[in-house]
Design a protein around this ligand. Structure first.
Ligand code: DNO
Length: 356
């Protein structure tokens, strides 16, 4: 049975409250995290227990964590990676102990998702996140960090932690000496170490695609299209080595057919988490995020939901980035209003599919 959830950040690091999330019809839980634990450290069990209890107190489940970030030494394949992999496994065991069933993570080098503007004005008077390729490739790491975390209204921006930003330029240099094949090998090394532990304790690993799904700053990219996803899944054939299928990230590359990917990888039981959102291209490499409705962007949301329905998807699904509307002041992409609108629309499609 598919479960519909919303992303939420604890410790006052979110403008949206659990009390509000509980009032959105059809939401069973949240995708939570502990954003203030430095990457590479074990997430403590007591802190996780209180996180779960806080969420449960609002009648919501805490079965998904997004994200436990991966230490750069693992991605770089340094000797110190084994220590960080052990810590990652210890975190997975602690997550299992509080009832987490799915862990979303990414294997993007140096930086997480990238936009040139987190609050670009849209025609309807809302603000949206925007990606202009030419602007991004001419930005220095500092400018990029400023466009991302500097514009996050004081909320933490996962993947754009200050300690990561400080090392960005040096890390970009480091990867100049690494081939794409070396990077795949480092990913496999990580998977072969953590997947057995995840399988043993019943936590499905769900890698998030690279966003945008193409090469930038000479950095290696792996989760970008169907061919690479097939390769990723075959690196380790356990069902616990799975995907977060993010429609918005993958569809930035106009050659990616999202419903076809859902049918293929969902049919194999390898999609554990669905991020569902729409984008609108302004050129083949430029896009704006938009409201979830098909009519607002390039994606056919009915076909996406139908593909999940047809493969009998029984993982977790969440609406993704929303616009900033009605004067809301929130973490870019993660306000309450537009995500609540988006999820009601998705749930409407789902009800229709079930009754048809
Ligand atoms: C962006 C998110 C990503 C995602 C991570 C997973 O809004 O979808 O930051 O959570 O890449 O590790």
């Amino acid at each position: 049975m598919m479960k519909t959830i919303l992303r939420w950040f604890p410790d006052g690091d979110d403008s949206v409250t659990l009390k509000e999330i509980r009032q959105i019809p059809g939401i069973s839980g949240v995708a939570a995290c502990l954003p203030h634990i430095p990457v590479g450290e074990i997430w403590p069990l007591d802190r996780l227990k209180s996180l779960r209890d806080e969420i449960n107190a609002y009648g919501l489940e805490c079965e998904v964590i997004e994200s436990v970030n991966i230490h750069e030494d693992i991605k770089k394949g340094l000797p110190s990676r084994d220590r960080y992999i052990d810590a990652y496994i210890a975190t997975i065991r602690n997550l299992a102990a509080i009832g987490v069933r799915c862990l979303c993570y990414n294997f993007m080098p140096v930086m997480d998702w990238i936009r040139s503007d987190l609050a670009a004005p849209a025609a309807d008077g809302s603000t949206v996140m925007e990606y202009i390729h030419d602007t991004v490739i001419h930005m220095s790491p500092d400018q990029l960090a400023d466009a991302m975390s500097g514009k996050a209204r004081g909320y933490s921006l996962p993947g754009w932690e200050p300690e990561r930003i400080r090392l960005m330029q040096a890390d970009i240099e480091f990867y100049r000496g690494m081939t794409q094949e070396d990077y795949w090998a480092n990913l496999k090394y990580f998977l072969d170490a953590v997947v057995p532990a995840a399988e043993q304790c019943g936590v499905a690993l769900a890698i998030h695609p690279d966003d945008p799904p193409w090469q930038l700053f000479g950095l290696p990219k792996v989760i970008t299209n169907a061919e690479n996803i097939r390769r990723f899944l075959s690196l380790n054939n356990s069902r616990y080595n799975g995907l977060t299928l993010c429609s918005g990230s993958l569809s930035a590359d106009m050659d990616n057919d999202i419903p076809a990917m859902i049918r293929e990888f969902g049919g194999m039981g390898r999609i554990h988490f669905a991020h569902v959102r729409n984008i609108r291209h302004t050129s083949p490499v430029d896009f704006q995020e938009c409201a979830h409705m098909s009519a607002c962007g390039d994606l056919d949301m009915f076909e996406i939901m139908r593909a999940y329905h047809d493969v009998g998807f029984d993982g977790y699904l969440r609406p993704d980035h929303g616009r900033m509307i009605w004067g809301e002041k929130a973490r870019p992409g993660y306000g309450l209003y537009d995500r609540a609108l988006g999820v009601q629309y998705l749930l409407g499609i789902r009800e229709a599919l079930e009754k048809m």
